[in-house]
Design a binder for this molecule. Structure first.
Ligand SMILES: NC(=O)c1ccc[n+]([C@@H]2O[C@H](COP(=O)([O-])OP(=O)(O)OC[C@H]3O[C@@H](n4cnc5c(N)ncnc54)[C@H](O)[C@@H]3O)[C@@H](O)[C@H]2O)c1
Length: 244
């Protein structure tokens, strides 16, 4: 049977790369994003095995509706990739509470909601499944000094990963996170500015940023049916910036 995957924030950037890669590996892919037009365009570029759907990951109702839509259209997913996130570079003293709440709502609450609502359906079906969360190097080492809200949200994602993994292990559901350092994507310069991005990339120990394709391939590996022993792991892809 063709496996089904749901990728949140799949309209652009890393999520789009993961969706493309999953499709090329034989998955039917739901490209879920709050930017429906872009999600549809991305899905169309992938082909008939992909569909763009509307989703705001911070909303309970939207999450349930998106899961209903995917189940109707493709069947129950085997894999959920919690990739949607927002980022902002601000000094701690400048962070407004609205921005703090908005980042937590998408990055942390969105990952919790997606994992919980998806896992409830997997449990009911009793066939196992896979959850891969996209965390961040910032969730481990605090990142730069300009993203306390973002770093804290990603630290939370890593912790959720471990607790969900422990709880769901007896049910054949694995939960892992990938913690990328700077990736070769436009969002880096959009968040911290061209000059800072250029400097950050130039100072990487390996001399090169992570490739979105490398992250996408890791998602596929973690999602393999025979990878049931990998759970609760935070996989680093960070150009040598941080070693546990
Ligand atoms: N770019 C990097 O260098 C980098 C490094 C480490 C981790 N990450 C992580 O990788 C993931 C993808 O990052 P990216 O660089 O592709 O970002 P991006 O901003 O290019 O893409 C994020 C996508 O998420 C969508 N989105 C935002 N809020 C949403 C919501 N409430 N509901 C549904 N969709 C929503 C956006 O519309 C967009 O399509 C994020 O989790 C990010 O934290 C990125």
């Amino acid at each position: 049977m063709t496996p089904v995957a749901l990728v949140t924030g799949g309209a652009r950037g890393l999520g789009a790369c993961i969706a493309r890669h999953l499709a090329s590996e034989g998955y039917r892919v739901a490209v879920a994003d709050r930017d429906l037009a872009q999600a549809k365009a991305t899905a169309q570029a992938i082909g008939p095995q992909a569909a763009g759907i509307a989703l705001d990951v911070s909303s309970e109702d939207a999450m349930e509706e998106a899961l209903d839509t995917v189940v109707r259209q493709f069947g129950l997913p085997w894999l959920l990739v919690n990739n949607a996130a927002i980022m902002k570079a601000e000094k701690v003293l400048d962070i407004g509470i609205d921005t703090f709440d908005a980042i937590m709502a998408v990055n942390l609450r969105g990952t919790f909601l997606g994992s919980q609502r998806f896992a409830r359906r997997l449990r009911a079906a009793n066939k196992g499944g896979r959850i891969v969360n996209i965390g961040s190097l910032a969730g481990e080492n605090g990142g730069t000094a300009t993203g306390a809200h973002y770093a804290a949200s990603k630290g939370g994602v890593h912790t959720l990963t471990k607790v969900f993994a422990r709880d769901l292990a007896p049910h054949g559901i694995t939960v892992n996170a990938i913690a990328p350092g700077p990736l070769d994507l436009p969002s880096v310069a959009e968040t911290i500015g061209e000059e800072n991005a250029r400097r950050a990339m130039a100072s990487l120990p390996t001399g090169e940023p992570g490739r979105p394709e490398t992250v996408a391939r890791m998602v596929v590996e973690l999602a393999r049916p025979d990878a049931g022993a990998i759970t609760g792991s935070i996989i680093d892809i960070n150009s040598g910036l941080y070693m546990r």
